[in-house]
Design a protein around this ligand. Structure first.
Ligand SMILES: [Ca+2]
Length: 403
């Protein structure tokens, strides 16, 4: 990844210093994996994939505006809009400067629960330090109206400063009570030595935390660590690795997350205030390449167990409970994107408290890395497909096909 980036940067420098003729010799990005446009089958519904927008650079997330517009974040730092069914060529203006490269850039976008009256959207992104040597995860909100973003203000800046460009976390969601949840990553701090001293286990940093705030960034007085000396008060849960899936159960209101494990051990967790989810002390993964052990074990007193584990990892990103009317048999199902796995997982959630995964299947296989899955206001399911090595990719919509 790093080598690819320095090569790309070098080519751009050559192009910039030698004029347009050299720039035209830049290698074309590799083609994206083709999207299957015929009928695709799954256990409960058949469906087809319709391309909504294409030619995108690492589309990360989508948000749906009443009236039919679709906002798309491109990780390279552009906020795009689909209007009247077509991708508008010019990006939406008004974003702050964004620290791109690696896994960083422009990341999640969601609308406020009262968007219809306040026009507020929320965006997570990686942000430069003043000297641009380090970066962190930041959340802004602004008014989106008439294709423009205005009144942009930062409502959260994580204490995750690092020269690295990995593990930003960055999913956003509002729960049923209107609190904003923000997921964060561990910024790839190595999991070695004293595992219990890893920053994901420390309450004085935002590494590996899930955050809970009021919609304007204020800290709720009932957050679990507000009264603990030395603890950061925004923290809701801790002991996470890199959380890139976040969804609220439509009935119970429970907050579900998915997080990337290392090699092996992607997890689904149900969040409970103040609890420790174990990374890197417990888990199911092993070190990349060597396959050597990371964790002290898979269980420990005082640390929560995931409700589902993927071994091998699927590279889980994006999480959604389906509640629409277009796929009646999928109502209540939990959908998770798989990037390395290149598929969409559908999990059935049941048990006495709706905190058990009782069944799972995979679909939309081998059509690219599924970065995000979200339900549109129209009840269809939208996926963003992540490209590798510069491949330009699509946002697609899944529509039912009668059996
Ligand atoms: Ca865990």
């Amino acid at each position: 990844m790093n080598r690819t980036f320095s090569l790309a940067a070098a080519l751009v420098l050559v192009a910039a210093s030698s004029g347009a003729q050299v720039a035209t010799q830049l290698p074309a990005p590799p083609p994206a994996t083709p999207i299957e446009t015929g009928t695709q089958r799954s256990a409960l519904h058949n469906f087809r994939a319709v391309v909504v927008a294409d030619g995108l650079e690492n589309p990360w997330s989508v948000a749906f505006i009443p009236g039919g517009e679709i906002l798309i974040t491109e990780r390279a730092g552009r906020l795009r809009v689909v209007r009247n069914g077509a991708l508008v060529p010019a990006p939406v203006e008004g974003l702050p400067r964004i620290r791109t490269g690696g896994q960083g850039g422009l990341l999640d976008v969601v609308t406020h629960p009262n968007f219809a009256t306040n026009r507020l959207i929320y965006i997570s992104y990686s942000k430069h330090s003043a000297d641009t040597l380090t970066g962190t995860t930041s959340v802004i909100r602004g008014r989106y109206e008439n294709g423009r973003l205005s009144n942009v203000q930062e409502i959260f800046e994580a204490s995750l400063w690092s020269p690295g460009r990995g593990h930003h976390g960055s999913r956003l969601a509002f729960d049923k009570a209107g609190f904003l949840f923000i997921t964060l990553g561990d910024r790839q701090v190595p999991s070695e030595g004293d595992l219990a001293a890893h920053p994901s286990q420390m309450l004085n940093t935002h590494h590996g935390k899930v955050i809970r705030l009021h919609d304007d960034g204020r800290v709720p007085t009932d957050n679990p660590f507000v009264a603990r000396e030395g603890a950061l008060p925004q923290t809701w849960t801790y002991g996470h690795r890199n959380v890139q899936g976040l969804a609220v159960h439509p009935v119970t209101g429970d907050v579900f997350i998915t997080e990337h494990g290392p090699q092996g051990g992607d997890e689904v967790n149900v969040l409970q205030a103040g609890r420790n989810y174990g990374w890197p002390v417990i888990g199911f993964g092993v070190n990349y390449q060597t396959g050597s052990a990371i964790h002290a074990g898979t269980m420990r007193q005082g640390m929560e167990q995931p409700i589902h584990v993927w071994v091998p990892s699927i590279g889980t990103s994006g999480l959604m409970f389906y509640t629409g009317d277009k796929f009646p048999e999928w109502r209540g199902s939990l959908f998770a994107g798989g990037m390395a796995g290149q598929y969409l997982a559908r999990l059935t959630v049941g048990g006495p408290a709706n905190r058990t995964i009782t069944e799972s299947e995979t679909m939309f296989r081998r059509q690219g890395r599924v970065r995000e899955v979200k339900q549109g206001l129209d009840g269809f399911i939208y996926l963003t497909i992540d490209g590798q090595r510069g491949a330009r990719t699509a946002v697609v919509r899944l529509e039912p096909v009668a059996r």
